[in-house]
Ligand binder design. Structure first.
Ligand code: NAG
Ligand code: NAG
Ligand code: NAG
Length: 387
């Protein structure tokens, strides 16, 4: 009896790493819960026009396949003339109506991602903010340009976050200051993380954990997706410590002057595909690195019948969001109309109060703090033994 009670309480306590499902975007319901941008690309000034939902659906730029996969794509049907008659090509950018706070886990399972010369897709998140970018913070989970072979992840924040090169992630750190235009960029080292190779391997899964200890991004090619994800359904809880292995990018909170969440407002998720533009895909040297004639991003690709955009589409099995806050998960009724009761204001009121502890208080509580740590370590060891 006592053993049962002990086991039960340890089971409850050991669930510290569990994430509870909030909602799933999938199948015929996939596009519920997203807003179509319906404007020019005024973020990266790509040569696209992001269309509204009706246009996207009517033109076959956003739809759900017979397999229940959601597709968003660049227009590959319209002839675009060169010269004075040039117009931007139609594409899709969608943003979740839900805003996800601290202590959230996001998973995306894709079977196809867009690629090709001039193509610049991204799955990312940003915190709505009245301040100038990157005031609310931005996380790039999937990003690549032209014919690059690897996915590039990044964290963008205002000045004050400097991530170490060796911070526990598997990828290559290529920029340490999160306030630079590149942000804290990490290039994936695992195979098949982007473009044609990703698609030929059957796609894969990416995960973003926004935890108290920091932000972490994982990638698994189809054959390496952990059982705890491939065997799960939309109602399963998730445990990032079980069989996920080491993340590809790790951004511990300690890498920021203040805690990481001081730099991030609750985040909305975005999927988009832009073309050329004034950054990355359209900069001659960058374009020339993987594609021919470095000055021809627009004329070689966007101008013409569009047939070279046949591969410029996301095909998504599902996106699932989770919270580490059990009470929040239980109080939410996941349905197409479900929204999180989190402020979407630009202020950081939605973020938890993770301000650094007052030093004098910290000193005062040293002994209690020590004991909690000892108990914590014992508990974690016990949990590891149990699992
Ligand atoms: C882009 O345009 C939209 C619609 O006018 C506007 O709400 C948004 O603030 C603009 N974004 C940037 C980065 O200028
Ligand atoms: C963050 O801390 C570093 C090292 O102490 C300092 O040089 C830098 O100015 C700080 N940045 C901000 C924005 O507080
Ligand atoms: C820290 O706590 C002390 C004692 O409670 C207080 O006097 C001091 O103003 C606090 N400092 C800050 C920065 O909150």
């Amino acid at each position: 009896m006592i053993f049962t009670i002990l086991l039960f309480s340890f089971h409850t306590l050991c669930a510290f790493a569990d994430y509870y499902p909030l909602r799933e975007y999938s199948g015929s319901e996939f596009f519920n819960g997203w807003e179509f941008y319906d404007y020019v690309d005024n973020t990266t000034w790509g040569n696209v026009l992001y269309v509204d939902q009706t246009t996207a659906m009517n033109q076959g730029l956003a739809y759900v396949t017979d397999d229940g996969h959601a597709v968003i794509r660049v227009d590959d049907q319209t002839y675009i003339p060169g010269g004075w008659d040039f117009t931007n090509r139609q594409s899709v950018r969608i943003t979740t109506t839900d805003t996800y706070p601290f202590n959230t886990l996001v998973l995306i399972d894709l079977v196809h991602m867009p690629y090709g010369c001039s193509v610049w897709p991204s799955f990312w998140s940003f915190g709505p903010s009245a301040g100038e970018w990157p005031a609310g913070g931005e996380v790039d989970i999937i990003e690549g340009i032209n014919l690059v072979g690897e996915n590039q992840m990044a964290l963008h924040s205002t000045e004050g976050c400097y991530q170490d090169r060796d911070n526990g992630g598997l990828g290559d750190t290529i920029e340490r200051d999160c306030s630079t235009p590149e942000g804290c960029a990490v290039r994936e080292k695992k195979a098949n993380s982007y473009g044609q190779a990703f698609n030929e391997a059957g796609g894969g899964v990416f995960a973003l954990q926004m935890a108290p200890s920091g932000f972490y991004i994982w990638f698994w090619s189809r054959d390496d997706v952990p059982d705890s994800i491939s065997g799960a359904d939309s109602k399963s809880t998730m445990d990032t410590t079980k069989d996920w292995g080491t993340p590809s990018a790790a951004y511990p909170s300690s890498g920021c002057n203040d805690t990481l969440w001081q730099y991030f407002a609750p985040q909305q998720l975005v999927l988009d595909i832009t073309l050329c533009g004034m950054y990355l895909a359209g900069i001659p040297a960058v374009y020339g690195a993987t594609c021919d004639d470095q000055y021809a991003c627009v004329t070689d690709n966007i101008v013409g019948d569009g047939s070279n955009y046949a591969e410029a589409y996301f095909e998504i099995r599902w996106i699932r969001t989770y919270t580490g806050d059990k009470a929040l998960a239980l109080s939410s009724t996941p349905s197409p109309t479900f929204t999180l009761s989190v402020p979407t204001s630009s202020t950081r009121t939605g973020a938890p109060s993770m301000t650094t502890a007052n030093n004098s208080k910290r000193r005062h509580h040293t002994s209690g703090f020590l004991w909690r740590n000892v108990l914590g370590i014992l508990l974690v060891s016990f949990c590891v033994l149990l699992s």
